[in-house]
Design a protein around this ligand. Structure first.
Ligand code: MRU
Length: 342
């Protein structure tokens, strides 16, 4: 394993370039990417070198700054060129709403010049850390109140840690917060096929934080619940509709169905920027479908017959009625609680 210097944030701006941890290489190698062009940044987002809803949003905002400096003339940037880059950046991945949200915020500062765009992106990096800190404390309080009598056995999926954000993380941040409160017995980590964000990234972050964990194949999760090995499921989100339907990594919906079957609390931790209140429910969420080779191969080797077709959605949508609570920096939203009529 090789290592590069640890970043204070999973993303930063350094002398006109975007520097990011290459999440494709972990845990074997801690490698930093230096992205100098919008095209390189788009490729990093598409290939999941930079991944996780908040992190791709922040990368998108930094990408607008990159473009504004590249298209600078005098004190201003050429608006049409930057807007064209912003549109391409926003299309890099379709599901996480944070990407379009952060790009919109950066673009809103364009008329004030490249420095103003960069200042906005940097402010978003700082805000993300603060927002996540507030959400993880609220989520940890909630889990403590739901399971007050014993150290908690938590199941999580995909990676929602500091790698997936500027800092702190969301669901994984809450797990680490609970560990600091001495309330974690064990974390079961679903490996998260096909790209193994659980096995590669969450296990790595939990190991660094000293949290006891075991990996399981995704298909073992329901059996673990049936055997009484799970007190609570904690996951993140890529887009949340107004009614509390949640798009998250493929497999999340199945976990929610199994958790409901076994009466296990199912908690989503995500910043307010992951809400898309223009969507009444999850039926309007665009789910990214990725290349078949992610499923037909494993660790660089073909495992399926040549030419096998595959269904490879990157996300699924969990109906709000299966979710105990969605926790953000501002609120604990309980989608299945009947709301008073206006
Ligand atoms: O395809 P990925 O790895 O970007 O998917 C990430 C997830 O589904 C995460 O759970 C979500 O983005 C929340 S990250 C705090």
């Amino acid at each position: 394993m090789t290592t590069s210097p640890r970043l204070r944030s999973s993303l930063l701006w350094d002398d006109g370039t975007v520097v990011a941890v290459d999440q494709r290489a972990l845990p074997r190698e801690h490698r930093l990417l230096r992205l100098e062009t919008v095209d390189q940044l788009i490729e990093a987002i598409r290939s999941l070198a930079i991944r996780g809803a908040p992190a791709i949003g922040l990368a998108g905002a930094l990408g607008v700054a990159l473009s504004a400096y590249r298209h600078r003339s005098g004190r201003m940037a050429d608006e049409a060129s930057v807007l064209a880059d912003a549109t391409r950046l926003a299309a890099a991945r379709p599901t996480a709403v944070n990407l379009a949200w952060a790009i919109r915020r950066a673009v809103a500062r364009l008329a004030a010049g490249p420095e103003a765009v960069l200042a906005e992106a940097m402010a978003m990096l700082d805000e993300d850390a603060a927002v996540n800190r507030a959400a993880v404390e609220r989520a940890a309080d909630l889990v403590e109140s739901l399971i007050p009598d014993r150290p908690v056995r938590i199941l999580t999926h995909c990676n929602t840690g500091r790698l997936a954000t500027a800092a702190v993380g969301t669901a994984l941040g809450a797990i680490i917060e609970l560990r600091e409160r001495r309330r974690v017995a064990e974390v079961l980590v679903g490996e998260t096929r096909p790209l193994l964000q659980g096995a590669r990234l969450t296990a790595w972050e939990l190991g660094e934080a000293g949290v006891p964990y075991r990996l399981c194949v995704d298909s073992a999760a329901a059996a673990a619940m049936a055997q009484g090995m799970v007190d609570c499921v904690l996951v993140g989100a890529d887009r949340i509709a107004a009614n509390g339907d949640v798009a998250n990594k493929i497999g999340t919906y199945g976990l929610a169905v199994a958790a409901a079957r076994h009466g296990i609390p199912f908690v989503v931790v995500a910043p307010e920027s992951s809400w898309d209140r223009e969507l009444a429910d999850g039926s309007g969420i665009v789910v990214e479908e990725r290349d078949a080779t992610e499923v037909t191969g494993f660790a660089g080797a073909d495992v399926a017959p040549t030419g096998a077709a595959a269904f490879n959605p990157a996300f699924d949508v969990t109906p709000g009625e299966l979710i105990t609570a969605i926790v953000s920096e501002d609120q604990v939203f309980r989608p299945h609680t009947p709301r008073a009529r206006a």
